[in-house]
Design a protein around this ligand. Sequence first.
Ligand SMILES: O=C(O)c1ccccc1N[C@@H]1O[C@H](COP(=O)(O)O)[C@@H](O)[C@H]1O
Length: 220
Amino acid sequence: MSRTRIKICGITREQDLRAAVDAGADAVGFVFYPKSPRYVAPARLRELASALPPFVSGVGLFVNATLDEVREAVAAGPIALLQFHGDESADACAALAAAVQRPFVRAYRVRPDTTAADLIESESQYRAASAWFSGLLLDTWVDAYGGAGKVFDWSVIPKELAPRVVLSGGLSVQNATGAVAQVRPFAVDISSGVEAGKGIKDARKIAAFVDAVRAADAIT
Ligand SMILES: O=C(O)c1ccccc1N[C@@H]1O[C@H](COP(=O)(O)O)[C@@H](O)[C@H]1O
């Protein structure tokens, strides 16, 4: 039985971080994008850090951030992995990651006309650009950078890529079992689907989401 890794993104409150940890999340995401309703300033990360136990990874999400902004966030608290979710080029991601010595995932926002070949090509481009590249995170293209709760057509994900990708975009308690059973991604990432309101997580939804992912893991 493979165990799909789970990230709960957009943590702004200590109680939400604890709910994610208690439910068994592998990672929690902090959004360092000031236009997001889930934005946390580096100083706030410093406060939240005390609720993050060992072996649960903190992920820093950035949208077109400068090197100074990435440095400030990483210096403020336990950011083990960077998530680039804007228009950063492969070279820009590589340079930012190398400067702060952290691995990164690259968000690929899937459009209706995206093909399997596009995804394979993008992954190899990022892998060639940097040893800090950790994998592609697949989200849905919308007219905003993310956290929109929209699903894309998972059938575009090539079978050979799926075991290395992070699946995101509109995941929810209702669709998680089907998504994981169909795609078999390495990990899933969810934000709005486990919220009571923007930036406010719902502990029951987080627990139910983790259970739904584990239900798919149990199907052999
Ligand atoms: O969560 C945000 O506010 C956000 C802002 C800007 C870029 C990405 C953001 N979140 C990421 O979006 C995807 C999909 O989220 P959802 O589950 O559909 O709400 C996910 O990877 C979040 O990490």
